[in-house]
Write a protein that binds this ligand. Sequence first.
Ligand code: KG4
Ligand code: ZN
Length: 349
Amino acid sequence: SLPFTVLGIESSCDDTGAAVVRSDGIILGEALASQAEIHEEWGGVVPGLAKTAHEENLDQVIELALSRANLTIDEVDAIGVTVGPGLEICLRVGCNRAKELAIQHKKPFVGIHHLEAHILMARLENPDLQFPFLSLLVSGGHCQILKCMGIGRYSVIGGTLDDSLGEAFDKTARLLGLPVGGGGGPAVEKLALEGNRTAVPLTVPLLQRKDCDFSYAGLKTNVRRAAEKLVMERGVELPSELPRGDKADIAASFQHIAIRHLEHRLKRAISNVEDEEIKTLALVGGVAANMELRSRLEELCENHGWSLAVPPPRLCTDQGAMSAWAAVERLKLGSSDEPDGQDVYARYP
Ligand code: KG4
Ligand code: ZN
């Protein structure tokens, strides 16, 4: 059958994204307006400011994605948009615009689950990745291991008891006075390259628990205490004033133990599905852009005779191709939604 094209829209948090993706997996055009600078001075995403920025940028972002794809809105075959989970007032901006476009131009409409969209990016990049497979989804809002059985068919086999891994990266960045607009993870990763990962003693969370759940709140407290101890030793006022070498050691030690925790849980998850035909792990979500994480999980998979499927870093974090590709996957199964009745969901199990 002839390939079809989908315009995807994403506005669940602080990135306004749009993309046109073809059903054979080719990204024809993309545009992304980051709000990193807007939220930088507040140290995190401010929902009201995010909503306003989405409203200001969305039409331009859509037009840019279309023009880069060399298509008009009438030439695309369908529209997909994130409808949850996320910040409700932000989701609504993208969803309302997508509904209007779908109705006005008489296009099939697909409401997208943001977490499913993260997971399916692994299939965009690896067309051979067949269900069933395991996913480790690590983002700003989520930290889960899922068994993925098919489109719309997932079971959560481990989740976080408190913080997500992305949050832990962001809080470490804030503690150390690193840039946090658009997420603190990249700054922690960069600084960690200069540090010694065994310099700051930290303990791996939940070692005694025989399940696949995560906890990052204790590690966060450990990191803060370790930083405060160094603050005393160096005679400075705040962790952000520590010498660069100390900060790099903290960043490297945090990142090492944070990933160690993932490795422990994944080993358990892998042994839990021993009797099934599963042999692939998909690493998805914003934190999957982290190079240290990618190479450590590559090694873990290799040691278990598994393969790792991971999107390129820029497709791990939020952007419009997620919504477009997830819509492609649904449309291929003949599944779409009614734009008129579509609502948005801050929480979306
Ligand atoms: O998937 P995403 O873009 O948004 C959500 O759906 O939450 O994930 C954002 C999270 C932020 O916490 C950000 O700090 C983290 O992903 N992140 C990283 C890296 N790039 C983004 N964490 C660690 N290392 C990175 N390179
Ligand atoms: Zn996301």
